[in-house]
Design a protein around this ligand. Structure first.
Ligand code: SAM
Length: 161
């Protein structure tokens, strides 16, 4: 990533807000705003956070679901522990990690989130296709894992013409 890109991120309001509030990612601020607008999380909810590292979304969810809730985070990369967040490490494209997650859940989830993003290759078309693949895998999982009326939130890349 270029220096200009890093510099522009530092001046970005989401980045600054996340830093000020000690969240691990600027994405945390966006999720917080989505929740305020759509009311995604409730006290006691069971929430699955796919592509969770470094953990900004999990931090927000942890705050919103309270002590009675559960947050189960999954990532192919390591994630520093967050109190009250259960972490499963593995490639979500691998059916074994999806089975492990099902066993771990024990009951249907209230919310499934996916912020999984592939490592960027530099080829936008390839990156978009890989991102959509991950989103599709997350959707298939959510259809099976969610309770009726549960919510699914997924982030995908946009293709610029
Ligand atoms: C944009 S980051 C997520 C940021 C996170 N939501 C936060 O707020 O801190 C995307 C994450 O997706 C993860 N990821 C990409 N492919 C994955 C896969 N196949 N299985 C699990 N995690 C994956 C990456 O390791 C990366 O940590």
């Amino acid at each position: 990533m270029g220096k200009a890109w890093v510099k522009s991120r530092r001046h970005d309001r989401f980045y600054r807000a996340a830093k000020r509030q000690q969240y691990r990612s600027r994405a945390a601020i966006k999720l917080s705003q989505i929740d305020l607008r759509y009311g995604l999380f409730r006290d006691g909810d069971v929430v699955v956070d796919l592509g969770a590292a470094p953990g900004g979304w999990s931090q927000i969810v942890r705050e919103r679901v309270g002590r009675a809730g559960r947050v189960i985070a999954v990532d192919i990369a390591p994630m520093a522990p967050i109190e009250g967040v259960e972490f499963l490490r593995g490639d979500f494209a691998d059916p074994r990690i999806r089975s492990e997650l099902f066993e771990h859940l024990r009951k249907p989830a209230d919310v499934v989130l996916s912020d999984m993003a592939p490592k960027l290759s530099g080829n936008r078309a390839v990156d978009v296709a890989r991102g959509l693949d991950l989103a599709d895998t997350a959707l298939s999982f959510a259809i099976r894992a969610l309770r009726p009326g549960g919510a699914f939130l997924v982030k995908v890349f946009q293709v610029r013409a």
